[in-house]
Design a protein around this ligand. Structure first.
Ligand code: HEC
Length: 510
């Protein structure tokens, strides 16, 4: 491990501004060369790149506008598996979805979907792990702050109309289950990795859509085009991308993304169906600017802006505090109200004086739920909606420094990923050398199946690129021991010394 990991560098830029000319910049040049090109339509200056394979792109706070729609160029990306091949959007209208669990089974193409009644819904998509970076117990997974959320206009047809097209629901069906068309890696149990989610049938038939347009343009491939599910007001994972099958089922799917992942549980517990699934998004808000990402601001009159939402409910009011929540002042909701599943923009006029200024916002939804000060700690760091952690900290300075600000943050973010130079020459400790063997083969399935690691010569497409992630020994140990997401728990098959060896290897090799 180098003293400055790339991730902490991005953080330093994203949070602190001009910490520019330090040594590691030189080594970042080679990282830049290794970076995969951004998905079509994405501007790298708008993102923190947590991972490139599969994509995990967080929208920088300073990249959010005041208006309530997020453009495609700045819309976050969180994919569980690699993006399917471009060829699937070559002829969008021919995309075909299998339908099961209705009076008749069959398939329907996008062209045929377009003949059903059309609906447009404004909705926020938010990753369950948005805000994970704020939890003190440092949960595994991408360290999202505020930017794994965005709001768009989605065009599609109701799931209920699709089911009616096939004669209406069969008796006894309790769930709508959607399956994505991601390519599954060989050597792994499909149920462990397939992206298949179930939601209660009432929700599914009431307001869920199959959508093919985002903000008036064909749904981009990286966001699930040609067709994805839209489950308005629910966390992102339910909004299955690249839908190839839509089924009414009697039970929830047995896929691990439903059974054990995306379950809200106490720290240290493994997820299972006794724990609540990540469905409706609770009330939440935060301020986006000015002054986010270390961009300095000069004294005087200014306008704070932010966003607020609550799944299925809409926002009643937002308040802002300049004294850490001792006193609150109502903010002004601005722009169109796009419905109960969209986010609402708000503004708050301020007079900024020299120094560090800290502001927080707190939303109340239309059912009276108020955003809490602190989020509920939970194992995977899901559902963060506390108002204190994402405070907007503004550096108010007499004169703007040309080096600081968006430019610096953006250029750091855009070079922030990629593998290190091929590492076969790394001198490993004896423990790590033993770990390397486990990594390459003795662990089953072995780690190379899913992870990219230059020293191991592996290009895995499911788990994070370990060269980019640069995990600590403790992080690797915890993840391998307990399993995370689609990754199995190796604690059952490997001894503690073996787990230690693996952890030593991954840490030394990155
Ligand atoms: C079936 C695919 C798969 C295999 C095999 C696998 N992993 Fe993973 N791994 C993943 C996925 C997916 C994640 C990310 C989970 C998430 O963030 O939801 C992950 C995450 C990780 C992380 C990051 C944890 C964190 O704190 O963010 C580490 C470290 C890791 N794996 C190491 C290993 C090692 C070492 C092995 C071999 C013993 C291994 N993995 C085998 C899929 C796999």
């Amino acid at each position: 491990m180098s003293t400055y990991t790339r991730r902490s560098l991005i953080k330093a830029f994203a949070l602190g501004g001009a910490v520019a000319a330090v040594g590691p910049m030189a080594s970042l040049a080679s990282a830049q060369a290794m970076q995969r090109p951004m998905p079509t339509g994405k501007l790298s200056a708008n993102f923190v790149i947590h991972n490139d394979q599969p994509w995990a792109l967080e929208t920088l706070r300073s990249a959010f506008g005041v208006a309530p729609i997020t453009p495609q160029s700045a819309f976050f990306v969180r994919n569980n598996l690699p993006t399917p091949d471009e060829s699937i959007v070559a002829n969008r209208d021919a995309w075909s979805i299998e339908v099961e669990g209705a009076q008749r089974s069959g398939s329907i193409t996008l062209e045929q979907l377009k003949a059903l009644p059309v609906h447009i819904e404004a909705a926020v998509l938010q990753c369950s792990g948005n805000g994970r970076a704020y939890f003190p117990h440092k949960p595994s997974g991408s360290q999202w702050a505020t930017g794994a959320a965005a709001c768009a206009l989605w065009t599609g047809v109701k799931v209920s109309d699709v089911i009616e097209h096939f004669g209406g629901p069969n008796d006894g069906k309790l769930y709508v289950t959607a399956t994505g068309a991601e390519t599954l890696p060989e050597g792994v149990d499909p149920a462990q990795v397939v992206v298949e989610r179930s939601i209660a049938i009432d929700k599914g038939l009431q307001d869920c859509l199959l959508v093919w347009e985002m903000n008036g343009a064909p749904l981009p491939l990286v966001h699930g085009g040609p067709v994805r599910m839209l489950v308005p007001g629910y966390f992102g994972v339910n909004n299955v991308k690249w839908v190839k099958k839509l089924a009414l089922t009697e039970e929830e799917t047995g896929a691990s993304i439903q059974v054990s992942s995306y379950r809200f549980r106490d720290i240290g517990e493994s997820g299972s169906p006794v724990h609540p699934s990540m469905y409706r998004m609770p009330v939440k808000s935060w301020l986006n600017g000015p002054g986010a990402d270390g961009i300095s601001v000069i004294p005087g009159a200014n306008t704070l802006h932010g966003v607020a939402f609550s799944g299925e409910r809409g926002i009643a009011k937002v308040e802002v505090s300049a004294d850490n929540g001792q006193s609150w002042h109502e903010a002004q909701l601005v722009g169109p109200d796009l419905g109960p599943n969209a986010w609402r923009s708000f503004v708050f006029p301020v007079e900024l004086t020299l120094g560090k200024r800290r502001f927080v916002s707190r939303a109340t939804d239309r059912e009276g739920d108020i955003q809490p000060r602190d989020a509920i700690p939970n194992h995977r760091g899901y559902g963060h909606n506390g108002w204190n952690d994402p405070a907007l900290e503004i550096d108010v300075v007499a004169q703007l420094n040309a080096v600081a600000g968006a430019g610096a943050a953006a250029s750091a973010a855009s070079v922030a990923t990629g593998a290190q130079a091929a590492g076969s020459t790394i001198a490993l400790s004896p423990l790590a050398a033993q770990g390397r063997e486990l990594f390459m083969g003795k662990a089953q399935p072995n780690c190379t199946v899913c992870h990219t690691l230059a020293d191991a010569g592996s290009v895995g497409a499911i788990g994070p690129n370990l060269n980019t992630l640069q995990p600590t020994v403790e992080q690797v140990f915890a993840a391998v021991n307990q399993g995370v997401g689609a990754m199995p728990a190796y604690g059952a098959q490997l001894s503690e010394p073996e787990l230690r060896a693996l952890a030593a290897y991954v840490a030394e090799a990155t």
